[in-house]
Write a protein that binds this ligand. Structure first.
Ligand SMILES: [Zn+2]
Length: 71
């Protein structure tokens, strides 16, 4: 009979040096709807935001680039 001991996690928490992602900053509450400020990647689907550059949008995940027309 194998009675497994439940694993106990030994709490050795390392302090994270990485900054928390500021994804919440990309949202804007308009009334009862949430608006997304940034474009989302057409390849990766909604949820993957594209970073805005001076003249283009770039997806950080797949590298998809969409150029902005500055006419
Ligand atoms: Zn993408």
């Amino acid at each position: 009979m194998g009675k497994k001991k439940s694993k106990e996690k030994k709490g050795k928490k390392k302090p994270r040096k990485t900054k928390p992602s500021k994804k919440w900053e990309l949202y804007e509450i308009a009334g009862d709807k949430v608006k997304r400020k940034n474009k989302t990647c057409p390849k990766c689907g909604s949820g993957v935001f594209m970073g805005k550059h001076k003249d283009r949008w770039v997806c950080g995940r797949c590298g998809y680039t969409e150029y902005i027309d500055n006419k």
